[in-house]
Design a protein around this ligand. Sequence first.
Ligand code: FAD
Length: 302
Amino acid sequence: MNMKLDFDVLVIGSGPAGMTAAIYLKQADRNVAIIDGNAPGGQLNRINSIENYSGFSKISGPELAFNMFNQLQDNKVDYKYGKVQEIKKESDYFIVSTEKEIFSVKAVIIATGRNPKELGLENEKQLLGRGISFCAICDGSLYRNKKIALVGNSKETLEEALYLTNLVSELLIVIKEEELIECDLKDKIINNSKIKVINNSIITKLNSEDKKLSSIIIKNIKTNQSEEIELSALFEYNGYQPNTEFIDCLKNNGYIVVNQQMRTNIKGIFACGDVIDKEVYQVSTAVAEGAIAGLQASKYID
Ligand SMILES: Cc1cc2nc3c(=O)[nH]c(=O)nc-3n(C[C@H](O)[C@H](O)[C@H](O)COP(=O)(O)OP(=O)(O)OC[C@H]3O[C@@H](n4cnc5c(N)ncnc54)[C@H](O)[C@@H]3O)c2cc1C
């Protein structure tokens, strides 16, 4: 290869997986950069309290993100801002493009995580940040002493609901199932006087006033009866969509398929963290996969 490349490895995404991969690469003396279109930390910035990450009995997501970013800086990892739009393979290197920049690199690690899925309702996009939210820790304080609703029936929904009850006056949880998910938080939710669970129901319409969410229409799927509920915010927990639109590689439901070495089906492209097809989507697994991807990418460029 005669061309001078910008980096040995470009890590895309600065959540826990990407930051860990970059640290391992830097400590192996590789010329590595990490790029992200948002603030470092990824989903960590949305987590109120993490109580299952080894070494910390309890730590807030933003604090853990800050610690990881400090470590990245201590290791002098080159940090770039930008949203990656395309990865193209040239003979034995890759061209990675953002809106403004182009990088040529020997190997790529994709650690772009996943984003919450919208419900797909009319008006929903326009009301994002105007009553519709996916993140209690980011937006909860905007609705202090207000009536709000959450839609979804995962453990994450219940965690977010409990966090929000400290702020809001009244909280509805809209679930399409008969019962709340079985988990250790279920009793806390049922016994919380601020929370009301609306079961067997789906949201069919979002109404707005002054370009802000003002009410929702819910339909009981057993009785087919609809009801309008006035509220200030709707927090949505409707599953996730992996951020993989910029890469054409082997995927399963949009999630990147990797082997145990975090290799994708394209030689020189690795993936780790929430963006890959796997069972457990947690900080600890993201960090572990980041370490493997970093070490394997380091081996690959030899
Ligand atoms: C509300 C909530 C609570 C949670 N609670 C816990 C918990 O208690 N314990 C636990 O272990 N886990 C928890 N998780 C899960 C945990 O946050 C994730 O598993 C972890 O953050 C995944 O890390 P990641 O690096 O793979 O992806 P992410 O953290 O999603 O980071 C991906 C990064 O990639 C960037 N990116 C995306 N697309 C591009 C692009 N095209 N170009 C450049 N950059 C891009 C994003 O901006 C983001 O910064 C929780 C998640 C949520 C949402």
